[in-house]
Design a protein around this ligand. Structure first.
Ligand SMILES: [Zn+2]
Length: 311
């Protein structure tokens, strides 16, 4: 069993203003925990940069150029209430996309069983022509379209357990019957989307909102009653996880009460379905997670599960 760990130093060159929760220390905490001996078996590679044509699978080229042209020469430029670019941000975002599509290439090409992409900025709030919520390009959605276009896969699903709803992936997938988006998230909470009634043009969107204070039991019930059956019926040939860890009880941005073991449980459940319909193919992409201890321990539990480690 080979699990791929994809990183890139450019992720450290995407800077947000001091005090911003989406910070480079997140990756330092993750790289530190994944440096422990229990992760020796990971196959570690650096992300390639994504060509702009790949980003254009989900975002129009003139919009991509607009973002590139907005990059500051120094300091910061704010593009949204909480989304900022520094001089290294555009390059970092292209590597975050490059990691996700490289993971698809390696997993579909059977050179790895599954993969975890630990890069930033995150992506699931980025809509077709609107960046927001710390996100510039939606790498999970792009990876799904890339799997279809380059490898000829039919149906691809993105499952998102970040505590925030992935409005970007939902918007991009909304009218595409070949793509499914499933999400657990706290509601009401930023960005405000993700109601049960939002189900896409082809019933291909599956939202399972949770309430502030909900813990592992409610999270597991939402997965088992709503997400897993729909995912199994959809028969995805690849499952992409938008792996945000801000539903952890320690996280400062939200109010769910998950612990590390809950993320490991969800990972194993998704692997069971991937084993049934997708030849085990899973690509996991880091989204949120802002408490360094909660984030690093949750990533560790998630990656141990991907490596088919301890139950
Ligand atoms: Zn989040």
């Amino acid at each position: 069993m080979t699990t791929l760990l994809i990183t890139h130093p450019s992720s450290y060159e995407h800077l947000n203003p001091p005090g911003h929760p989406e910070r480079t220390d997140r990756l330092r905490a993750i790289e530190s925990v994944l440096g422990e001996s229990q992760f020796e078996a990971l196959k570690r590679v650096q992300a390639p940069i994504a060509p702009l044509e790949t980003v254009a699978l989900c975002h129009p080229m003139d919009y991509i150029e607009e973002i590139r042209n907005a990059s500051p020469k120094e300091g910061f430029v704010g593009l949204d209430a909480d989304t900022t670019m520094s001089p290294g941000s555009f390059n970092a975002a292209l590597h975050a996309v490059g990691a996700a599509v490289h993971a698809v290439d390696e997993v579909v090409g059977k050179r790895a069983d599954n993969a975890f992409c630990a890069l930033r900025p995150p992506g699931h709030h980025a809509e077709t022509v609107r960046l927001m919520g710390f996100c510039i390009f939606d790498q999970a959605a792009i990876a799904a379209r890339h799997a279809q276009k380059k490898h000829g896969l039919g149906r691809v699903a993105v499952v998102d357990f970040d505590v925030h709803h992935g409005n970007g992936t939902q918007e991009i997938f909304w009218s595409d019957a070949t793509l499914m988006y499933c999400s657990t998230h706290e509601m009401p909470l930023y960005p405000g989307t993700g109601a049960l009634s939002e189900s896409g043009e082809h019933d291909n969107i599956v939202n399972a909102p949770l309430r502030a204070g909900d813990g592992g039991d409610k999270f597991k019930a939402a997965f088992e009653s709503r997400i897993l059956p729909r995912l199994a019926d959809f028969s995805a040939e690849l499952i992409i996880i938008s792996a945000g860890f801000d539903a952890h009880r320690r996280d400062p941005l939200a109010n769910l009460q998950l612990v590390e073991a809950d993320f490991a449980w969800a990972t194993r459940k998704l692997m069971e379905i991937a084993d049934q319909t997708a030849q085990g193919r899973i690509v996991s992409v880091l989204e949120g997670g802002y408490d360094l201890e909660g984030l690093s321990q949750s990533v560790a539990a998630h990656v141990i599960a991907l490596m088919r480690g301890r139950d």
